[in-house]
Design a protein around this ligand. Structure first.
Ligand code: ADP
Ligand code: MG
Length: 252
């Protein structure tokens, strides 16, 4: 059985079908990319999965358990972690303290931003930071980090939850090409080590084809292709959407 099963997902904003009958599966240990041009419905699909939006119809199950109607914090406790297109960290805290906040939350402890948690699970913190190659920067203020490092910190925070499913919305947005590949290679190694399932949305194709096991392609709300990078790359609908070779027939 798949870890994540999405069936016939629909979401409209007014008359605009942002997500139109989208179905797919995701296995543990799989790195699945969701690509498509701007406005294709990637972020909306992502937000339906992470509980920010509720679908008009369709089903989403994790290990057979429905995720519908659950708030993001509830999903987090079920083992669904996410990172954001705009990195979300506490700028005034250190790198280590940010991970401690995530660990406190994962452990079901309430935390107060004004009561610092400097000593909380220090070994676990350093282990997580080592996994994203940030251990040398543990005591720096988050606000002093380079953008690529903030994205890696965010990944460490997402992993604090020991997720079964990790959702990443445009993890490489705003990064230089080298950094993009480094972050995806890191994600790839974490997927292999931990057996976590990852779904990531991505704007550019080169990152996807280099690192994803499988690719979903959306255009105008519909899933127009899915398969291995090689299969998707040679799909005429995908070529039409990306390279403007005629008009893709985007039918639900
Ligand atoms: P992508 O992430 O692929 O660029 P989105 O999922 O953000 O695409 O958007 C898909 C479509 O839904 C677009 O036409 C967009 O304008 C529309 N849309 C997205 N979010 C909202 C919203 N909160 N309210 C109204 N329309 C939205
Ligand atoms: Mg988007």
């Amino acid at each position: 059985m798949s870890l994540l099963t999405v069936q016939h997902l629909h979401k409209a904003f007014g008359g605009n079908q942002a997500v139109n009958d989208v179905s797919f599966n995701l296995q543990a240990g799989e790195l699945l990319a969701l690509i498509g041009p701007n406005g294709a419905g990637k972020s909306t699909t992502f937000n339906l999965l992470n509980g920010q939006l509720t679908p008009d119809s369709g089903s989403i199950t994790l290990d057979g358990v429905s995720l519908l109607g659950r708030q993001p914090h509830e999903l987090w406790h079920m083992g669904v972690s996410r990172t954001f297109q705009i990195a979300q960290t506490f700028a005034t805290l250190t790198v280590a303290e940010n991970v401690q906040m995530a660990l406190l939350s994962a452990d079901g402890q309430s935390f107060s931003p004004w009561r610092r948690a400097t000593h909380y699970r220090r070994d676990a913190v350093l282990q997580l930071l080592a996994q994203v190659q940030l251990d040398a920067q543990a005591n720096r203020a988050c606000s002093a980090l380079a953008y690529g490092d903030v994205k890696r910190l965010e990944l460490a925070m997402a992993l604090a939850n020991q997720p079964r499913l990790l959702l990443m919305d445009e993890p490489t947005a705003g990064m230089a090409p080298d950094e993009r590949h480094a972050l995806m290679a890191l994600t790839r190694s974490l997927v292999n080590q931990r057996g976590v399932a990852v779904l990531f949305t991505e704007h550019s194709m080169d990152v996807v084809f280099a690192h994803a096991d499988r690719v979903l392609v959306m255009a105008r709300g519909a899933l127009i292709a899915q398969g291995t990078p090689t299969q998707v790359q040679s799909d005429p609908h995908v070529q039409a959407v990306y390279f403007g070779m005629g008009h893709a027939e985007v039918t639900p």
